[in-house]
Ligand binder design. Sequence first.
Ligand code: AMP
Length: 610
Amino acid sequence: MNNPFIELGIRHDIVNAISELGFENPTPIQEQSIPVLLTGSNDFVGLAQTGTGKTAAFGLPLLELLDFEENHPQALVLCPTRELCLQIAKDINNYAKKMNNVHVVAVYGGASISDQLRQIRRGVQVVVATPGRMLDIINRNAIDFSHIKYVVLDEADEMLNMGFQEDIDSILSTTPDEKKTWLFSATMPAEVRRIAKKYMDNPFELTMGTKNTGNQNIEHEYYVVRARDKYAAFKRIVDNNPEIFGIVFCRTKIETQEIAEALIKDGYNADSLHGDLSQQQRDKVMKRYRERSLQLLIATDVAARGIDVNNVTHVINYSLPDEIENYTHRSGRTARAGKSGVSISIVNSKELGKIRQIERVIGKKFIKAEIPSGFDVCEKQLFALVHKVHNVEVNEEQIEQYIPRIMDEFADMSKEDVIKRFASLEFNRFLEYYQNAPDLNAPADDFRSREGAQGDRFNRDGMRAEYTRLFINLGSVDEFNRGDLLGYICNNAKITGRNVGKIDVKGVYSFFEVVNADVDNVMNNFKGVDFKGRPVRIEISGEGVSSSNRGGGGRREGGYQKRESGYRGDRREGGERREKSFAGGGNSGGGFRDFSGKRREDRPERRKRF
Ligand code: AMP
């Protein structure tokens, strides 16, 4: 029987290479686009999710169409992120493994430009690039695009979201008019429609599923909780899914960092991925996640773009994205390569409208789920443990020598007693933590939940005032104490000290509260302000992680792993900050034992309001 890729028109050496990658049958997008693209005579618009096999859908036809006896750029693939750029270049190289003289270069920022220039000089036929670095190289006159026959715009909606419109215009203006342009996008907002119109001539359009529709293998769930219970609810969802391998999306870098720090502190196997980390730190985190030595990756939309990790079981929207299109991108990180997955959103009652909006855009209904009870979680964990024990691989050779002693230890117990004890080892921890755990589902008529960083307290004049908590990238390393920082803020923001609330000076950053009426003054007046040559950055702090929600089941493996990230200084600061700054909202009571056997002081879910 013929290989289905051969029937689509792909030659044997490529088919042999992709067979080794496990590609037996083309995915729907490959099946429909490959025959069209192989003609080489059409512009093309493909509306398809990430994870559907897009790379091969354009990569295989490129390998068929280009002339690899010639050593000049003939195809340019533009994509939004460095991760995706590297992935595409690697994929095309893999498809071409059995071909001769195929040269693919990955051109992206944050890495040595001279290496990339050297590869270009040696001769390449396929350039895979992120727009910024590509433009840089074009501006150095270091590449000749006069022989470009095909331009692929991959994840076009993402590139536009990230503000690459002008760069794309400039890059494309250096390519010949006769080239063919193939555009792939997960969603089709008006901006993408516009660039399709601008760069393409009567393109062949292919829509997989309905427009903007997400991957059909994804189940969308939402949980309604009070804003203050969000972190506890989130942990309960995680605890209720013992085998979770997930990506958790936050809205800001600060929130991402805070949630990751809180989770690590609570014994979960988590780390963060956001734009304040260096490329090297991000690579390390991604490596650990890919290798599955991390169970939860806490990420911002931008940092998680282009992540192609298979078998992600859950995407959790800790905060809903501002742009609905981003919801599709987020959820598309699960259910890749034909697998299924769950996209979870944790919302408060004010955000239900947004869920309905997303439903309309993706054309799929969300399932309203209930935060499991403490009892449900304990049961889930118990059986996960039982399952694990049942399936564990026994190293007969090594364990043999200890068996007589172990048998001796248990000589006075029945088989049932021994099993009970093993199961209790882990189970007790959850039982203890979750006994008397409250219902975290928001009552249907609850409209009282408050959002964001805003709080309602008394200001320095003893008047009731609403404050917003702001982040500033200056701290004690810049030789600020609270008084200095207050003066510095008031001088620059041109506000009175009476309108500034609590100030928390940390190492490389600080937090301060300001009455809501002055938030715009602070944000606007700090624009363009430098401190010793460094731009001062002020952001509205995320919702924070209330100490009322701290603690949790946690993961034995993760909590005490040595962390590799070089972000330690900040992290420690963050942890310490949370302990202090949320002390007012904390709860008292028992709490679960941490892994060292010590009792934690906070009982996370019995709540005291301030
Ligand atoms: P992509 O959408 O190109 O990022 O592909 C998503 C994942 O599906 C990648 O891990 C690919 O290796 C895999 N993949 C792509 N095409 C096929 C295929 N025909 N059969 C099996 N796996 C595939």
